[in-house]
Design a binder for this molecule. Structure first.
Ligand code: SF4
Length: 535
């Protein structure tokens, strides 16, 4: 028998818990499941689990198993270094429908194109082609996300934040087009044939792995492996984070952030602003200018989506848009409270449908969830409460803090953590945004975010046909409404009575992500993606 020393690895597979670990008279499978559950609870809460009713002697194995869970989680950041993410890294403008499968790949190929422009002239003189290989989830579901068109746009020198959506629409309508790529004195053509859907399964460093190559005939002149790590963030082999200033109020958990707020009598937004100035080196005016740019982009996205006539979205689902209809009919509702829910849902549908069209969106935190925050921002501003812009600016900062913490301690990627990591995080950010915009203190902001995230735990990612449409579009509407629910509960309960804190729920999300079946991580191999038959 293998003894359960403290060196044993986390969440032992069933085979490693032997019969002699199981107390007499207790079903073996039930014991193991209960052991894991109690142990995980201990890790996540820091509390000793209550004693199981039938297991004698006390399930020491459970605690040993659990005590090793956290360090082995791939989705949990091992380093607890302070958060260094900045607003312009987090809120990114680019084409939908997916931050990880569209904006990320386009940022990657645009980055590679930029690197190639800096290569020595003698190398560039030999160049004949640029090739991109998509692996893992990018290969499995890239067609539904327009990954190949976004990747091509990047290698022909189009920047994600400024690309004309008409370029991508036209490429979808006429996929055989080719485009000149100018590198130094050399010009060659690139087309969708240069974007290769490679192995969907394999031992990749990240589920969204890509390689970009500059070719001279069959010879590789320059090559780099990249990863689209969620939310439009990208990394590459040998990546080191850019040099930044140190945060004024370092934090890697909500608890630490709240401690700074209390010690310095600051709001969550004020802590985030001070750090943003210190880390990015920008002035306060520059930061507000960026926030206003993002705010205005979101408002424009909602308005465009509401005005768009009912039409069929691209792809095999033949899904009809409905934001305008839902808005108009909600406004006719004689019950004011129902009107509010319907209007917020319509705003979210509008933003999400724009994403599905492949038009520009803002990652908050991702493309699939890009309907949630614009809906709330619009509802708090000109589309509803008409709060002063300064209040909404502050809301953006609190929302960013929630997104940063989820990225730092769990994941923002549906391919890593399922939809809890996308819509769940967006909803938590939205709840924090509403609470901060109404000037609630740090505890209400944290509680609102916790409540909204908690009620997305376990949510799977199963986009039908690999398109960010079903369930994604309506899910944004539900996420936005859940943000309001989280805010309403948090702002009306006694804040100190809340039993679950935000950090615990983020840990639970990371644990759930780790244990979630791969079929439910943006592979379109489970759930609705296989249950719904398209005809
Ligand atoms: S189901 Fe959720 S995580 Fe998956 S693509 Fe849609 S919005 Fe993103």
């Amino acid at each position: 028998m293998k003894s359960k020393t403290s060196d044993d690895t986390a969440f032992l597979p069933e085979a490693e818990i032997t019969a002699s670990d199981v107390p007499p008279g207790v079903d073996r499978r039930a014991f193991m499941m209960r052991s894991a559950l109690f142990g995980a609870t201990a890790v996540l809460t820091g509390c000793a689990p209550s004693k199981p009713e039938t297991a004698e002697p006390p399930p020491a194995a459970a605690l040993q198993v659990a005590s090793k869970v956290s360090p082995d989680l791939e989705v949990v950041k091992k380093s607890k270094a302070p958060i260094m993410t900045t607003l312009d890294e987090f809120y990114k403008v680019g084409p939908g429908p997916s931050s990880s499968h569209t904006i990320g790949p386009m940022r990657i190929t645009y980055d590679f194109y930029q690197r190639c422009t800096k290569l020595p002239a003698d190398q560039l003189a030999k160049a004949t082609a640029l090739k991109v290989h998509l692996y893992g989830s990018l290969s499995a579901t890239g067609k539904g996300h327009g990954t190949e068109r976004a990747a091509l746009a990047g290698i022909v020198g189009k920047e994600p934040a400024t690309v004309d959506p008409a370029f991508l629409d036209d490429l979808a309508a006429n996929p055989k087009q080719s485009f000149p790529v100018k590198l130094g004195a050399k010009t060659f053509n690139a087309s969708l044939e240069d974007i290769v859907y490679d192995a969907p399964k394999g031992n990749f460093p990240h589920p969204n792995t890509m390689t970009c190559k500059l070719m001279a005939g069959s010879q590789v002149l320059h090559e780099l492996e990249y990863y689209s790590v969620g939310g439009g963030f990208i990394e590459w082999k040998g990546y080191t984070p850019p040099k930044k200033g140190q945060p004024k109020y370092p934090y890697s958990t909500m608890k630490q952030l709240q401690a700074h707020a209390v010690a310095n009598k600051l709001s969550v937004a004020q802590v985030v602003l001070a750090n943003e100035i210190a880390v990015s080196g920008k002035t306060e005016a520059e930061i507000w200018a960026f926030v206003d740019k993002i705010h205005n982009a979101m408002v424009a996205i909602v308005k465009t989506g509401l005005k768009a006539p009912t039409a069929t979205l691209p792809g095999p689902i033949k899904l009809k848009t409905k934001a305008g209809e839902v808005y108009a009919r909600s406004m006719d509702d004689k019950y004011e409270k129902q009107r509010g829910v319907g209007v917020v849902a319509a705003y979210a549908l509008a933003g999400s449908e724009e994403n599905a069209r492949g038009h520009l969106v803002v990652t908050a935190p991702t493309g699939g969830s890009a309907g949630v925050i614009p809906a709330l921002v619009y509802a708090l501003g000109e589309g509803g409460r008409k709060l002063p812009v300064e209040k909404i600016r502050n809301g953006f900062l609190a929302a960013a803090a929630v997104g940063y913490l989820c990225k730092h301690n769990a994941t923002l990627s549906g391919a890593e953590g399922g939809c809890q990591a996308e819509i769940g995080v967006a909803s938590a950010m939205g709840a924090a945004l509403i609470a901060q915009a109404h000037d609630f203190d740090h505890q209400v902001v944290a509680n609102a975010a916790e409540s909204s995230l908690q009620h997305h735990l376990g949510m799977t990612c199963d986009p039908v046909a690999g398109f960010v449409q079903i369930p994604c579009i309506e899910r944004c509407a539900f996420g936005a409404v859940k943000s309001w629910t989280g805010f309403m509960i948090a702002s009306n309960e006694i804040p100190s009575n809340r039993r679950v804190d935000f950090d615990t729920t983020v840990d639970a999300m990371a644990l759930t992500a780790k244990e979630m079946n791969a079929k439910y991580k943006e592979t379109s191999e489970g759930g609705l993606a296989v249950s719904l038959v398209l005809c």
